[in-house]
Design a protein around this ligand. Structure first.
Ligand code: BTN
Length: 324
């Protein structure tokens, strides 16, 4: 029995004895124990309940490509290039970068777990199986990289639209594209673009969305974090349904971005902008600045109103909200 089979066997959230697991898999109880330890090492909180056996603290819905596809609107299904679900990848984004031309436009991969999940600024993205979502989407653009200003902000809006479609409230966007809830990171977005400045290019869009974080994961995250369980009264929605909502929002949103650029996303960004009218500290290439958040422009730059009333547009910087 391998780790994915064990996770599936425990997915009901009720205890299953080591003897039953061993019998079903035709292996020794020691082999089961080894896989329990392997799951724990990946961040899955498998509990031991004495003679009752092993148990997960909650039921787990394993990712399933057919369930995701079945939940898609027919028009989205038609436009989707590919949809693949893996048990384990180093990183869903690295997988798409490796595939290159072999992957169709709007090809999407998900993994139950990533062994080398990548975050922004060289950070690691913790990716235990059975808890959260790790998804990457390949989008090709004919117009070239020059037209992709604001793409990563548009993806933030795309994630917010998926959450809204699921009826989930309480999240917001922190420029450029962090999806936050209760001051913690709910979703991370990593956009990697390659190709020509004025010719064909491709973006690999990676999204990590927290559905259920364990106390250990919160400790390891190294930054405040949030999960959908917290926004939904303790029980996150179905993982396959959330995956389908993200896929739908990506397919529709990326087509709109290709057609209209970031301009078509500014209003929605504004609705979810948690920096608007807040007192901000900015640190970046332009030095350190202080001012009031005044939304984003049609290129995706952050607008900052300085004390003298003038407006500065910030293309790249670290932003912190100042305490009142
Ligand atoms: C961030 O640091 O805010 C961005 C995190 C992006 C994580 C996602 S998970 C799916 C995809 N695969 C990766 O290795 N990274 C992105």
């Amino acid at each position: 029995m391998q780790a994915p089979d064990l996770l599936a066997a425990l997915s009901g959230g009720r205890p299953v004895s080591g003897a039953r697991l061993a019998d079903a898999a035709g292996v020794t109880r020691a082999a089961i124990w080894k896989q329990v330890e392997a799951l724990r090492a990946r961040g899955v909180p498998v509990e031991s309940h004495g003679s009752a056996g092993y148990c997960l603290p909650w039921p787990v819905e394993m990712l399933d490509v057919d369930s995701i596809v079945a939940a898609l609107a027919p028009a989205v299904r038609d436009r989707l290039g590919a949809l693949e679900v893996f048990w384990e990848l180093d990183s869903t984004s690295s997988e798409l970068l490796r595939r290159g031309n072999a992957m169709p436009d709007l090809g999407i991969v998900l993994a139950e777990t990533q062994t080398a999940g990548r975050g922004r600024r060289g950070r690691t993205w913790l990716s235990p199986p059975g808890l959260n979502l790790y998804l990457s989407c390949l989008k090709r653009f004919e117009a070239g990289m020059a037209g992709l200003g604001g793409l990563s902000l548009a993806v933030g809006v795309i994630v917010m639209r998926a959450l809204e479609a699921l009826g989930i409230r309480g999240a917001g966007l922190k420029w450029p594209n962090d999806v936050l809830a209760d001051g913690g990171k709910l979703a991370g977005i990593l956009v990697e673009v390659s190709g020509e400045y004025q010719g064909p290019c491709a973006a690999v869009i990676g999204i990590g969305l927290n559905l259920r974080l364990t106390p250990a994961l919160r400790d390891q995250a190294g930054q405040p974090v949030a999960d959908l369980a917290g926004l939904c009264g303790g029980e996150p929605p179905s993982r396959n349904r959330v995956a389908a909502a993200l896929v739908e929002s990506l397919v529709e949103g990326l087509a709109a971005f290709e057609r209209d650029g970031f301009g078509g996303f500014v209003d929605d960004y504004d609705r979810h902008d948690i920096l608007r009218d807040r007192s901000l500290s900015i640190s970046g290439a332009q030095g350190d600045l202080r001012g009031i958040g005044a939304g984003v422009d049609a290129r995706g730059a952050l607008c900052l109103r300085l004390d003298d009333g003038s407006m500065r547009r910030i293309d790249s910087a670290e932003v912190t909200v100042r305490r009142a």
